[in-house]
Design a protein around this ligand. Structure first.
Ligand code: HEM
Ligand code: NAG
Ligand code: NAG
Ligand code: NAG
Ligand code: NAG
Ligand code: NAG
Length: 551
């Protein structure tokens, strides 16, 4: 009686194991035929269960010293961002990761990466990974080929200097708000830097996408506001930003169920219904905004510099059949918001953490800020003079990249040359342009590749250094280059200028810890990555920061 039950219970995992072993074997055969070095990972990196729980298991095993060195290194979600060039140094500048659920080719060699990014016909976008962005229909970052080109044209008319001016001024304003908030709480260590940076970028986006400025609000104030208002949708002042933020937080749910189902299903938790409601609200806000802007353009009253108004003007300017529809405007707005929110916030959080660990770098950028930012207003053109601020951002992106890599998929049988050897890749091969490995490649960056040294980005003339092809490409390269590159550079230069002109940040010592130890701890925390949707600092609240005025 008991035996069949036990047998069938045992059958499930053993079938799984058998299936895994068979597919691993077949994937190994495929990988061997390519000829790149092979690394075997016994759990598929994209296994949803492992994505949900694997990282906790790895962290637990590490804590109690139960993990083998390979388990500890390669099984965390976001492991590649932590490995950086280390694994390539052992396995080669390109290798194939073989797992039961598929193979991934990791590339960290400048010439090969450049080659991949320049050949979008051979190395296409890995669209599977971007399905979540289809909330408002297929658009910019989720399309390819002809359809993509159309969207990319739209992008060209929206990411303009006119908009970047707005990015500059709103980043200055938001930066001041954030600094004020930190100073008010200054006797206590600030442990919310990563979250505050998200609020900062979200507000800058609201200002530059919709011309909706919001005052900066810290974590506590935000919670207080949410609990004091019975029905959040009555709170008119924050509706754009809050619905946008709610969508971004619920993006996985939306991808699974769709906005309409989430809104109307009574069996779902209330918070899920709210996500569905937010999808609808956001659509209607943007619709209203489009109508207002159309009206304004018709009466020659349009003065707005934001992205949505630029899209509306572009759609009105086209004489022939309306290429840019309302739907396109909404979906692109959403994709910009999605792509520009956390990427920039994560970069800023790393930058601040690293600056706290390196007071000498703070002095170094302050010198420059004093040269270019005087007491009066700071014109937009200032941003390009702040080369040291830009260098600090670049150094943060080099060591910790929010996306980690760019995923490509080969369309047909194609070749890739790595280190003078040419390999033939079959169709549908996953190829990862591994930014984290590439940017710490010791052949290109030297033995001090892992050290924090922003000055490496400045040449003898005090200008930003130009690098050989493929050595440094954090915003990608080629036709798929990030359209928000300038946007984020302007935003980050502005906020650094505001934060460090009159103030400095230091790491708060823990019990029994010296100043230098505290700084090294901040550095370690900054390099400890775990992936959620993007690569983020793991538990940044482990480091308390204190802001103080400098004389
Ligand atoms: C430090 C900040 C940023 C970094 C490091 C960054 C990096 C990147 C990279 C590497 C890609 C290419 C992705 C791939 O090939 O898989 C990309 C694409 C994109 N980024 Fe950014 N980005 C940043 C900020 C922004 C901002 C602020 C915006 C918009 C406001 C933005 C909008 C986009 C969009 C729309 C795409 C898709 C483009 C396309 O598919 O043609 N990004 N970004
Ligand atoms: C551990 O990882 C290294 C690559 O860094 C690899 O060469 C080795 O085979 C791995 N060991 C096991 C048991 O998988
Ligand atoms: C590239 O090739 C050279 C010569 O064949 C070899 O010495 C070197 O180790 C290779 N580099 C990498 C990273 O594979
Ligand atoms: C708006 O400006 C254009 C060109 O500057 C002019 O031709 C048009 O008559 C103006 N329309 C209104 C309503 O003022
Ligand atoms: C690759 O080939 C080029 C040209 O033949 C040569 O200059 C270079 O040194 C080679 N690189 C390696 C790593 O062998
Ligand atoms: C051009 C394009 O792909 N736009 C699409 C955006 O998403 C909606 C909804 O799926 C489509 O109807 C549009 O055609």
């Amino acid at each position: 009686m008991l035996l069949p039950i036990l047998l069938s219970l045992a059958a499930l995992p053993s079938t799984l194991i058998l299936w895994s072993a068979i597919s691993l074997h077949s994937n190994l055969t495929k990988a061997r035929s390519i000829g790149l070095p092979i690394f075997i990972r016994y759990i598929t990196p994209t296994n949803p269960l492992w994505m949900a729980f694997g990282s906790s298991i790895v962290r637990l095993a590490r804590r109690y010293n139960l993990a083998t060195s390979n388990f500890s290194r390669f099984y965390l979600f976001g492991w590649d961002a932590n490995e950086r060039y280390h694994m390539h140094a052992e396995l080669g500048d390109a290798f194939t990761l073989v797992s039961p659920g598929g193979n991934w080719i990791y590339v960290a060699e400048p010439k090969a990466c450049w080659d991949i990014l320049k050949r979008p016909r051979d190395f296409g976008r890995n669209l599977e990974q971007l399905k979540v962005l289809d909330v408002y229909g297929k658009n910019l970052s989720t399309t390819e080929g002809h359809e993509w080109q159309k969207h990319r044209k739209i992008t060209a008319v929206t990411f303009t200097e006119r908009n970047n001016e707005l990015v500059w001024s709103s980043s200055l304003e938001q930066g001041q708000g954030m600094l004020r908030y930190w100073l008010e709480r200054s006797p206590q260590p600030i442990r919310s830097v990563a979250d505050d940076c998200k609020t900062f970028t979200l507000n800058v986006l609201a200002a530059s996408l919709f011309s909706k400025p919001y005052p900066f609000e810290g974590q506590e104030e935000m919670k207080a506001r949410h609990t004091s208002i019975e029905n959040p949708s009555d709170d008119d002042s924050h509706q754009y930003r809050d619905s946008f933020s709610r969508i971004l937080r619920g993006i996985i749910l939306i991808a699974i169920f769709g906005g309409e189902t989430l809104k109307t299903s009574s069996w779902m938790p209330k918070s899920w219904n709210q996500v569905g409601q937010a999808v609808q609200d956001f659509r209607s806000y943007v619709m209203t905004m489009i109508d207002e802007e159309r009206e304004a353009v018709r009466h020659n009253r349009s003065t707005r510099k934001d992205l949505v108004s630029a899209l509306v003007r572009a759609s009105l300017a086209q004489k022939n059949e309306a290429c840019i529809s309302e739907q396109d405007i909404i979906s692109n707005t959403f994709v910009y918001g999605f792509a520009g929110n956390d990427t920039t916030a994560i970069t800023l959080a790393h930058t601040i953490m690293n600056l706290a660990a390196h007071p000498e770098t703070q002095d170094w950028i302050r010198e420059e800020i004093w040269d270019h930012c005087h007491d009066d207003t700071w014109p937009y053109a200032t941003w390009s003079k702040l080369v040291r601020c830009q260098a600090v951002v670049m150094e943060s992106l080099r060591l910790t990249h929010p996306l980690g890599s760019s995923s490509k998929l080969t369309k047909t049988t194609t070749t890739l040359t790595v280190n003078n050897t040419t390999y033939t890749l079959p169709p549908n091969s996953n190829v990862q342009v591994n930014f984290c490995g590439l940017h710490t490649n010791t052949n290109a960056w030297g033995t001090r590749a892992m050290d924090w040294d922003p000055a490496r980005f400045i040449d003898a003339n005090g200008q930003l250094r130009a690098f050989p092809e493929g050595v440094y490409v954090p915003w990608s390269h080629g036709e798929r280059i990030c359209p928000g590159k300038r946007f984020s550079q302007v935003e980050l230069a502005a906020v650094l200028a505001v934060l460090f002109r009159g103030h400095g940040v230091e790491v708060v010592n823990e019990e029994g810890e010296g100043e230098e130890e505290a700084r090294r701890r901040a550095e370690r925390v900054s390099l400890d990555i775990q992936m959620s949707l993007l690569n983020e600092m793991w538990k940044p609240e482990r480091v308390g920061l204190r802001w103080e005025e400098v004389e």
